[in-house]
Design a protein around this ligand. Structure first.
Ligand SMILES: NC(=O)c1ccc[n+]([C@@H]2O[C@H](COP(=O)([O-])OP(=O)(O)OC[C@H]3O[C@@H](n4cnc5c(N)ncnc54)[C@H](O)[C@@H]3O)[C@@H](O)[C@H]2O)c1
Length: 276
């Protein structure tokens, strides 16, 4: 496609770090960046997963990418990652804070995930990846962007960064209330927290050419049990869960000059769920 506005979506040679890049949505973000001409740096604690994404991008799009095993909760590993990227590409243009511990609501009632029984250990583990990891990545890579006078940070929050989880959709028939599965408290805290981090950094770095925005995706269909899908889709005006590629357009928009006047914004893409 040609023309002024399409050219602004061009990410040619832009180096884009995607944390949790080996996961379900991380792969889609990497594809979105590569399709727009950028170079995804796929960062994941699971090297097998990030390698697979890198291989896929090469085979499908002929795209250059880098797959790196890094634990984003470890500052020394992130500093080493920055060194590697700068050695290879000399710059960092985009950071997508996407990684999450992501404890899924399990099929059987998991008593310890209920609020009253939620352990400090679980609290720290989730926060370490979802919030502390995003803070550390932003601090370390954002510093490089600030020195360079330009950059984009995109924080992946959730529709549950805007509203509370509706715990009724996770309930199982015949299970006593105190054993019913729930969406863990850390999910809400992290996703709301990422919006705070977004607004803080957007204003903190407004004079350094760094734009910081948050994307709030709704639930992605990933072979969840039929009963759950039915309950969730009843809460969504569009009547369906998201497809994994439903967010690619937004990622290209938010990471490119097409959104050049946007910072501190919260973009909700949820089939209308948060309207209801
Ligand atoms: N899938 C959805 O329905 C959905 C909906 C809304 C928001 N989100 C958000 O989108 C993001 C991606 O979700 P997803 O479904 O792709 O999750 P996912 O579990 O498939 O991917 C998360 C990735 O993060 C990696 N990771 C975990 N800890 C790490 C660490 N310490 N260092 C580096 N990498 C680490 C995992 O190995 C995994 O590959 C998450 O922030 C999630 O909360 C997802």
């Amino acid at each position: 496609m040609n023309g002024y506005i399409y050219n602004r979506y061009n990410l040619k040679n832009k180096v884009a770090i995607i944390t949790g890049g080996g996961g379900l949505l991380g792969k889609m973000h990497a594809e979105a960046i590569a399709e727009a001409g950028g170079i995804p740096v796929i960062v994941d604690i699971n090297k097998n997963a990030s390698d697979k994404v890198s291989k896929f991008l090469k085979e499908k799009l002929g795209a250059d990418s880098l797959s790196v095993k890094t634990d984003i909760t470890k500052k020394d590993q992130l500093i080493e990652l920055r060194r590697k990227i700068l050695k290879k590409y000399s710059k960092i243009d985009i950071l997508i804070n996407n990684a999450a511990n992501n404890p899924k609501v399990k099929k059987k009632g998991l008593i310890q995930e209920r609020f009253e029984k939620f352990t400090l250990d679980m609290w720290y583990k989730d926060i370490a990846v979802g919030l502390t990891g995003a803070f550390l990545c932003s601090q370390i890579f954002g510093e490089t962007m600030a020195k360079n006078g330009s950059g984009v940070i995109l924080n992946i929050s959730s529709d549950l960064g805007i509203i509370a989880p509706d715990q009724r959709i996770y309930t199982k028939k015949g299970v006593p209330e105190e054993k019913q599965p729930v969406k863990p408290v850390t999910y809400s805290v992290i996703k709301h927290g990422l919006i705070g981090l977004t607004r803080y950094m957007a204003t903190y770095w407004c004079n350094k050419g760094i734009r910081v925005n948050a994307l709030c995706p709704g639930g992605v269909y990933n072979n969840q049990p039929e009963e759950f899908v039915k309950k969730l889709t009843n809460l969504i005006p569009m009547g369906r869960m998201a497809e994994p590629d439903d967010y690619k357009g937004a990622v290209q928009f938010l990471c490119s000059d097409a959104s050049s006047y946007m910072t501190g914004s919260v973009v909700v893409i949820d089939g209308g769920r948060t309207c209801w």
